[in-house]
Design a protein. Structure first.
Length: 202
């Protein structure tokens, strides 16, 4: 119930901040787990991705955000779970794979941190590929535009699902990581080309 309340509250707030345009929602699986992998430029990004999905999403958050009892309560109710970047990567992977295997869709940002200045994507980490292979779930590439600005219309584009290879090895992880990055870049560039023709301001 709280997730539904938070979902509509965020929608109302973002409407007054300029609204959101969604594209490619038909690419989102209606059942089963998947990883929504997007570019990351703002703290709004997890909410922008989640609001376009008609199912409950889960996402990871820095453990420091859970220090405040009220924020911790809200994050927990919003299906967020803490990640200690100093902890063993194996523990983080195991927790996330377990959630995926239980059927929870999860939002992850392969850049690993917010890209605060560059329009081009940062180097992608291979963790998203590893998770998809281990949990045997598809990756939905997501392009987010204009999220750095508090005010103004945001845009979220969901790309076609990328199926992971069966075998988990370094070559497959690197290949899948490159594919995810390329698909997100293509989504961003194609929309920017359309926007430039319309003299948009992103």
């Amino acid at each position: 119930m709280f997730y539904s309340f938070a979902y509509w509250l965020c929608k109302i707030i973002l409407f007054f901040l300029g609204g959101i345009k969604y594209s490619g929602k038909d690419n989102i699986p209606k059942t089963g787990a998947f990883i929504a992998a997007g570019n990351h430029r703002s703290n709004l990004d997890p909410f922008l991705i989640g609001l376009g999905v008609d199912r409950q999403m889960s996402f990871v958050a820095k453990d420091s955000l859970f220090d405040n009892p009220l924020v911790k309560f809200l994050l927990r109710k919003a299906n967020a779970y803490p990640i200690d970047r100093k902890a063993s990567p194996k523990n983080i992977i195991n927790i996330t794979v377990e959630k995926l295997k239980k059927g929870y869709p999860i939002t992850i940002f392969p850049e690993g941190t917010r890209n605060l200045k560059n329009d081009s994507l940062l180097e992608f980490k291979s963790g998203v590929a590893l998770l998809a292979i281990k949990a045997e779930v598809p990756i939905i590439p997501v392009a987010i535009l204009n999220s750095r600005k508090i005010f103004g219309r945001k845009q979220v584009i969901y790309g076609k699902a990328i199926l992971p290879p069966v075998e988990d090895n370094k070559e497959n992880r690197e290949k899948l990581t490159r594919k995810v990055k390329a698909d997100i870049e293509n989504l961003l560039n194609s929309e920017l080309e359309v926007c430039n023709k319309k003299i948009c301001n992103n």
